[in-house]
Design a protein around this ligand. Structure first.
Ligand code: DX5
Ligand code: ZN
Length: 222
C-alpha cells in the first residue's frame, strides 16, 4: 500500500472572494489543495480555470491537484501547467483513450491521474494504471460539492487497492465527494489514501480543527 496518507481540501466549498485567507487557516495541516475545474459541458456546472489557478499558485506553495471535469482536457494542459498546476486528473468518461493526454501531461511536467464516476467500473481504468500517479474514485456525481457519500463505491476502492498493490504500482488512490468525519474512515478502510474534503472542511465552523480530526481518523501524520 502507498505509504503517504493525504488530506486534500477542495476549494470548491471555500468563499472564492477570500480564497487565500481560507487556505492560510489550514495550510500547515494539509497535504495538497484539490482544485475542481468544470466546463459546463462535461458537468452541468462552471467553476474556475487557469486564471484562478495562477492566483492560487502565487498565494500558496501547496501542491495544486487539479481535477478536470472538462470534455477536452488535452486542449488545456499547457495553460494549466503555465498557470501553476502540479497534477491533473482527467475523467475516463471524457477521454476513453487516455494515452495521448497522459503523454502530454508527462511531457509538460504534470503529474497525471484518471478519475472514474460512481457508475463507471474500475475495469475502465485498469489497463491504464501504469500511466497514473493518482487514481480517483468519485463518491458523488461530479459537478457539485455538498452531496452525500455514495457507499456503493467502496468495493471499487477495494478493487483498485488490490490492483495497485498487486502490480506494485505507485499510484495514490483518491476518494472525492462527501468525505467527512463519518465517511473518511470507511474510505480509508477500503484502501483510499488521499481524501478530498470540500464542504466538511470549508463549511465547518472550525476548518483547522476539522482537518486535524480528519487526519486522525484516516491515520495521517500530524
Ligand atoms: C465534485 C468535486 C468534489 C467536490 C467535493 O464535482 O469533484 O471535489 O468539491 O466536495 P464535497 O467534499 O463537499 O463533497
Ligand atoms: Zn473534485
Amino acid at each position: 500500500m502507498t505509504n503517504r496518507i493525504a488530506i486534500a481540501p477542495s476549494i470548491l466549498a471555500a468563499d472564492f472572494a477570500y480564497l487565500a485567507d481560507s487556505i492560510a487557516v489550514i495550510a500547515d495541516d494539509i497535504d495538497m489543495l484539490h482544485v475542481d475545474v468544470m466546463d459546463g459541458h462535461f458537468v452541468p456546472n462552471i467553476s474556475l480555470g487557469p486564471p484562478v489557478i495562477r492566483s492560487l499558485a502565487a498565494a500558496t506553495d501547496l501542491y495544486l491537484d487539479c481535477h478536470l471535469m472538462i470534455t477536452d482536457p488535452l486542449r488545456y494542459l499547457g495553460a494549466l501547467k503555465e498557470a501553476g498546476a502540479h497534477g491533473v486528473t482527467v475523467h475516463i468518461e471524457a477521454v476513453p483513450d487516455p494515452g495521448p493526454v497522459a503523454n502530454e501531461a508527462t511531457d509538460l511536467g504534470l503529474d497525471f491521474g484518471l478519475v472514474v464516476n460512481p457508475t463507471t467500473p474500475v475495469d475502465a481504468i485498469d489497463p491504464y494504471l501504469e500511466l497514473c500517479s493518482m487514481v480517483v474514485v468519485m463518491s458523488v456525481e461530479p459537478g457539485f460539492g455538498g452531496q452525500h457519500f455514495i457507499e456503493a463505491v467502496l468495493p471499487k476502492i477495494e478493487r483498485l487497492r488490490e490492483s495497485v498493490d498487486s502490480r506494485a504500482l505507485p499510484a495514490d488512490i483518491q476518494v472525492d465527494g462527501g468525505i467527512n468525519l463519518l465517511t473518511a474512515g470507511q474510505a480509508r478502510s477500503a484502501g483510499a489514501n488521499v481524501f478530498v474534503a470540500g464542504s466538511s472542511v470549508f463549511g465547518a465552523d472550525d476548518p483547522l480543527n476539522t482537518v486535524q480530526e480528519l487526519r486522525s481518523i484516516v491515520g495521517a501524520e500530524s
